[in-house]
Design a protein around this ligand. Structure first.
Ligand SMILES: *Cc1c(COP(=O)(O)O)cnc(C)c1O
Length: 360
């Protein structure tokens, strides 16, 4: 059976080599007589799997030793609440940048816990870029500044790390591990796994250790980063299979040369797809300002929206799956995460050109 190319925004494509390896381990983990899904999270075998995953991730991202790496649950969406619960630390206000749907959701949740100061918003431009940094209304008394590094739905990505006085908090759900990152610039980074890390069920939090330990009154024990950190993310039963599979993805990345190597491929993939869209004479269109175009999620529309259904059906027939845009914005979207091979992007471009010839 041949596998299709999967452009889903999430849960997203996983490397075929990783899936094959997981398949081997599924019934009988390394000959131990049981599945990795059937192991106690306290067993020596599983603790080794968990610790190795963390060590590999630290190596890939070059995480400084004064940062905790946490494997949590509740997805990136729970982080929208867990972040203020943990990082307000007696402050009454926090800064947020609004560059799309996910920042908007983080802002709405943040408002339940503090005065949210939206330092800048691109909403009036329909989220086509990042508002110029010199226009941001920053507040030095803010507990932190939150932004979404890559807006998965609008396809808008920061091309710089904001330089602010307060701890920087960033949602990297759809861009983590796509290129090298200077973790030391951040107070906290978080990412739901199901885009560029592994299967759904685990969310990664990397947090500077001096920022944790002072939660809002009433914060559930399960949502206290310090409790998670002190217990190696095993205060209760962690999502063992998702954590294990994320570990395999980290090994796959290391095997393929780490983040600089994958970044070069990601840049190529995105560049050729944008070039194809821009070169289509308007048949396809991406609205994002060029300098803020995402290398992970490429939304595009068809000149004639009536052709969308046929486009998706014909694409599927060619083994190109999940190209529909998010239900909130419509159109098309190709997510080009690490596990989407360059040949997949080539196949997509060839299909798009054929479709235009046929319909244009
Ligand atoms: C998918 C996504 C989320 C939500 O993730 P869940 O794990 O489903 O809660 C948040 N932020 C960004 C940038 C995303 O891409």
């Amino acid at each position: 059976m041949t596998r299709a190319y999967n452009f889903c925004a999430g849960p997203a494509a996983l490397p075929q080599a990783v899936l094959s390896e997981a398949q081997k381990d599924l019934l009988n983990y390394k000959g131990r007589g049981l599945s990795v899904m059937e192991m106690s999270h306290r067993s020596a075998e599983y603790v080794a799997i968990a610790e190795e995953a963390e060590a590999d991730l630290r190596e890939l991202l070059n995480v400084p030793s004064n940062y905790k790496v946490l494997f949590l649950q509740g997805g990136a969406s729970l982080q929208f609440a867990q972040i203020p619960m943990n990082l307000l630390r007696g402050h009454s206000t926090a800064d947020y940048v609004n560059t799309g749907m996910w920042s908007t959701k983080a802002i709405a949740e943040g408002k339940k816990f503090c005065d949210v100061n939206v330092v800048a918003s691109d909403e009036h431009n329909k989220f086509r870029g990042v508002p110029a940094f010199d226009t941001w209304q920053l507040n030095d008394k803010a507990a932190y500044l939150h932004y979404a590094e890559n807006e998965t739905i609008h396809g808008v990505q920061f091309n710089y790390i904001p330089d602010v006085k307060v701890p920087l908090v960033a949602d990297f759900s759809s861009s983590i591990l796509s290129q090298p990152l200077d973790v030391s610039k951040f107070g906290l980074i978080y990412a739901g796994a199901q885009k560029n890390i592994g299967p759904a069920g685990v969310v990664l939090v990397i947090v500077r250790e001096d920022l944790i330990g002072e939660v809002l009154p009433g914060t559930p024990t399960m949502l206290d980063y310090k409790v998670a950190a002190d217990n190696g993310s095993m205060y209760n039963t962690p999502p063992t299979f998702s954590w294990y599979l994320a570990g395999l993805v980290f090994k796959w990345l290391k095997h393929h040369g780490g983040l600089s190597a994958i970044a070069a491929i990601n840049q190529r993939k995105a560049a050729k797809l944008y070039a194809a869209i821009d070169g289509s004479g308007g048949f396809y269109h991406n609205p994002v300002i060029k300098t803020y175009r995402s290398i992970m999620n490429v939304p595009f529309t068809l000149l004639d929206p009536a052709l969308e259904k046929t486009f998706l059906k014909d694409a599927e027939a060619r083994g190109l799956l999940n190209l529909a845009g998010h239900r909130s914005v419509g159109g098309m979207r190709a997510s080009l995460y690490n596990a989407v091979p360059e040949e997949g992007v080539d196949a997509l471009i060839a299909f798009m050109q054929d479709f235009q010839q046929k319909m244009g």
